[in-house]
Design a protein around this ligand. Structure first.
Ligand code: NAD
Length: 509
């Protein structure tokens, strides 16, 4: 079965038919936006962007606050749309989509002007000049998003790009197009002009067309494979991009950790959104002294998880059939190589084709796919390690580096471990929540991505930092201008001797 199926439309183009991953009922159709239509959307966005940038921060912020009010007042409708295409629980949708949506709309409405205000750093050497740094919008930003957080992962970069004064063309995932469309409806209703924010539904073909449509930046969230393709295309077009890609996040549990909290964190980190979370806990390294206790508590908590489709439940279905195939392949490979399944390890067919039972594996090692490749499902492999050193070595033994967590009652010890992890962010005694902390720069290292999003770094990334150097004294000529003379060279040598050859010069330079 396929949750997304392509159908020919009467005008010779293609449409996508979507079915619910929980009930398999058809939930609607969307057109696949063709390359020419994408180029036209970008051209309209380019026309509309200067007026949007001229409207200033206060006006744009007022629009974002109106959007926040709409999200707050329409949360049930938003949750309904997202649940239809993801199947996840009501609470989880409220927590991971609506709550952060309210936060990012408010945060960037409140702080964008401060973050992007002109700066005047003093020049340490060129004292006869002054420097002004002003943040100019880039123009038109293409935003391409995945299916696992279909509303927030589309809204968050869009709000930042818009607050910085850009126009946006959003290409949401073909697996969850309706949440992306809803972002467009809400922003437009709040007052963002039609051509300043446009949504181009479609699949990878539409995404590739957007990358090549003459945009000024691509903000991509998705898999490593697509990230590589987009990165190469952006390189060819000399267009900047941020690539927020997959992960294989490690959790390190030290022998002095609060084991009850660590076990709860492992279960939440591993099974949140049915494991379809880029910063989900995909590997646990627990120190031998406490391993049995941790594993016992984890298994107890996992057995208590409720899978379902309606009412109160904890873990929903896989959103995309292809992901289920990956999960089954990883678990089968692990079992064939000696892993022990402590719970789960199979589909929950009583609920539907796309449900996989929350699974805990032990006796795993780095020869297994489940420890090397992104599983992106409800599977938690746990490895016993000797000490901090072995935990760090194994955590870093990965092509990925998105996020990670460390659990210890000793903050200094945990921070020392965190500093040595080759990863984009670390949380201590907390599952990975960095993306939800607006002030924190977020982005992967190694195969997990390029560049950082969110906060000051992310917002400034939607701008060109334009340095303007201004002469202060208006002398008729500069010492280094033509004609070059021996006398001028002597002066320059004198400056070099004084600045880099005397204690006072070194102090002031
Ligand atoms: P994907 O790469 O298959 O698709 C992501 C988007 O790219 C979709 O909109 C898709 O239509 C589009 N696309 C596909 N081919 C394209 C092409 N050639 N050119 C342009 N666009 C193209 O990823 P997915 O399966 O939707 O998402 C799951 C992945 O996303 C996981 O690996 C997950 O870890 C990752 N992810 C990362 C973050 C992060 O912040 N680092 C957040 C969420 C998800």
């Amino acid at each position: 079965m396929a949750i997304v199926s392509a159908i020919e439309s009467t005008d010779g183009g293609r449409r996508l038919r979507l079915a619910s991953p929980a009930t398999h009922e058809t939930i609607g159709e969307v057109p696949v936006t063709r390359a020419a239509e994408v180029r036209a959307a970008v051209a309209r966005a380019r026309q509309a962007q200067p007026a949007w940038a001229l409207r200033g921060f206060a006006e744009r912020a007022a629009i974002m606050r109106r959007a926040m009010n709409l999200v707050r007042d329409r949360q049930e409708q938003i949750i309904e749309v997202i649940r239809r295409e993801t199947g996840r629980s009501h609470f989880e949708t409220l927590m991971m989509e609506v709550f952060p949506a309210l936060d990012v709309l408010t945060y960037y409405a409140k702080h964008a002007e401060r973050i992007l205000t002109d700066r005047r750093p003093s020049l340490h050497l060129l004292r006869t000049k002054k420097l002004l740094i002003t943040y100019r919008p880039l123009g038109v930003v293409g935003i391409i998003t995945p299916w696992n957080g279909p509303f927030i992962l589309a809204l968050n970069p869009s709000v930042q790009a818009l607050m910085a004064g850009n126009a946006v063309v959003l290409k949401p995932s073909e697996v969850t197009p309706f949440a992306g469309a809803l972002v467009g409806e809400l922003l437009r209703e709040a007052g963002v002009p039609d051509d300043v924010f446009q949504v181009a539904s479609g699949d990878g073909e539409t995404g590739a067309a957007l990358v090549d449509a003459g945009v000024d930046k691509i903000s991509f969230t998705g898999s490593v494979a697509t990230g590589r393709t987009i990165g190469a295309a952006c390189g060819g077009n000399l267009v900047p991009c941020t690539l927020e890609l997959g992960g294989k996040d490690a959790m390190i549990v030290c022998d002095d950790a609060d084991l009850e909290r660590a076990a709860g964190g492992a279960v939440f980190g591993g099974f949140f959104n049915a494991g379809q979370f880029c910063c989900g806990t995909e590997r646990v390294y627990v120190q031998r002294a406490v391993a049995d206790q941790l594993i016992r508590r984890v298994v107890e908590k996992v057995r208590a998880l409720r899978q379902g489709t309606s009412g109160e439940f904890d873990v929903g279905p896989m959103i995309w059939p292809r992901q289920l195939e990956v999960i089954e392949r990883h678990v089968a490979d692990a079992v064939a190589k000696g892993a022990t399944v402590l719970c789960g390890g199979r589909r929950n067919t009583a609920l539907g084709e796309l449900f996989y039972e929350p699974t805990v594996l032990v006796d795993v090692n780095h020869d297994m796919l489940v420890m090397r490749e992104e599983t992106f499902g409800p599977v938690l492999p746990i490895v016993r390690v000797a000490d901090d050193e072995e935990a760090i070595r194994l955590a870093n033994d990965s092509i990925y580096g998105l996020s990670g967590t460390v659990w210890s009652k000793d903050d200094a010890r945990a921070i020392a471990i965190a500093r040595r992890l080759e990863t984009g962010s670390v949380c201590i005694n907390e599952s990975s929540i960095t993306y939800g902390a607006c002030e924190a720069p977020f982005g992967g290292r190694k195969a997990s991505g390029v560049g950082q999003v969110n906060g000051e770094t992310g917002l400034r990334g939607y701008c060109h930092a334009l340095p303007i150097v201004i002469d202060r004294f208006g002398q008729k000529e500069e010492q280094v201008w033509y004609p070059y003379t021996a006398a001028k060279e002597q002066v320059l040598q004198k400056v070099i001797r004084w600045v880099w050859g005397t204690p006072l010069g070194r102090l002031l330079s």
